[in-house]
Design a protein around this ligand. Structure first.
Ligand SMILES: [Ca+2]
Ligand SMILES: [Ca+2]
Length: 336
């Protein structure tokens, strides 16, 4: 009985082992198949979260399709006239946007590869040599100032400034040719949509100006030590001029410095009436003459509350260069 029991027991144990192994083999096979499916289909998803097309190319994230009410409420703090006649714009397809402003280092690659010569703007027939600068009392072009020397020290990972809209257009044309992907300057609607990242408040972080220094390099208390009597946010971000990119928290789309640091060119020709803005997210375009002014957005390290909000638009000549004005790139995603 004892022996029989043992033999039966061993037999039953072996049977159980085979059953478990058989059962587990199924599980292992099924798991492997599932992993293969996840890898095959999930791989593209991982790729779609973002990309960098080459060493020295801007890091891109995918901005989802969606809607945005551009402009500001009538009771918004610091509201300007050009933010009235709000329209709802619809971004029908996802697009890519650089996580940061184009840096000095990234722009340097372009300049070294192309030997590009920037156009010198004129004012009343006189050439404006150099780059526009504010010395604390007034603005003016300073000969000898340029993208490599805006009048203050910059690290290679700080946003390039003293670049015109035409320079930005040349950069995206070069980047497109280099990578085979269509890079472009974002439209004003795309910029505002991407900056808001779902927020209808003055800034993507909300309505509190005192929180600005967690999210942006703007005109703060550090800045006021250098430029007294300028309007400033009631906090301390630690930077008088530009900060290296990504020093502050990103917004919900993973974009940095959409408020402050450098002002950023958008592709839109400036129009006074916001209500005339294309509602499909494309750029407001016109003839070269009509496009004499383009539409920077986002404010900069010099901006107080009113000039830093998501809704605000500036107006600058296409060849204007300023020590507070740079750009970032967008890219059109290929349709499936
Ligand atoms: Ca600052
Ligand atoms: Ca910026």
């Amino acid at each position: 009985m004892g022996f029989e029991y043992s033999c039966t027991s061993i037999y039953n144990n072996k049977l159980s082992f085979v059953k478990i192994l058989f059962k587990n083999t199924h599980i292992i096979l099924l798991s492997s198949l599932l992993m293969l499916v996840v890898w095959l289909f999930g791989f593209n998803d991982v790729k779609e979260e973002g990309f960098t097309d080459c060493e020295g190319c801007p890091e891109m994230v995918i901005v989802p399709a969606g809607e945005v009410l551009i402009g500001s409420d009538q009771d918004e703090i610091g509201r300007k006239k050009g933010e009235r006649n709000r329209i709802k714009a619809v971004i029908k397809a996802p697009f890519a946007m650089a996580t940061t402003e184009v840096t000095l280092g990234q722009f340097r690659v372009f300049m070294e590869e192309t030997r590009y010569k920037s156009k010198i703007p004129t004012y009343k027939g006189e050439p404006l040599v150099g780059c526009n600068y504010f010395d604390g009392k007034g603005y003016g072009y300073i000969a000898g100032h340029n993208w490599q020397n805006p009048g203050y020290p910059q690290r290679e990972d700080a946003p390039v400034v003293c670049v015109s809209w035409s320079d930005a257009a040349a950069y995206v044309a070069w980047l497109s040719e280099k990578t085979g992907r269509t890079y472009r300057i974002p439209s004003a609607v795309e910029f505002e949509y991407a900056s808001r990242a779902g927020s209808s408040a003055p800034w993507f972080w909300g309505t509190d100006p005192a929180k600005a220094c967690d999210y942006a390099n703007i005109g703060d208390r550090t800045f006021v030590e250098r430029y007294p009597k300028r309007p400033a946010f009631p906090c301390n971000d630690g930077y008088v001029y530009t900060a290296p990119v990504k020093q502050f928290k990103s917004n919900a789309f993973g974009l940095y410095d959409m408020v402050g640091n450098a002002w950023e060119w958008t592709n839109d020709c400036f129009i006074s009436d916001l209500g005339q803005t294309p509602a499909d997210g494309s750029s407001q375009l016109g003839s070269e003459k009509e496009c004499g002014f383009r539409t920077p957005k986002g404010g900069s390290w010099i901006s107080g509350i009113s000039w830093s909000r998501a809704a605000v638009r500036s107006k600058d000549g296409a060849d204007y260069k300023s020590f507070m004005l740079g750009f970032r790139v967008a890219a059109t995603l290929n349709k499936e």
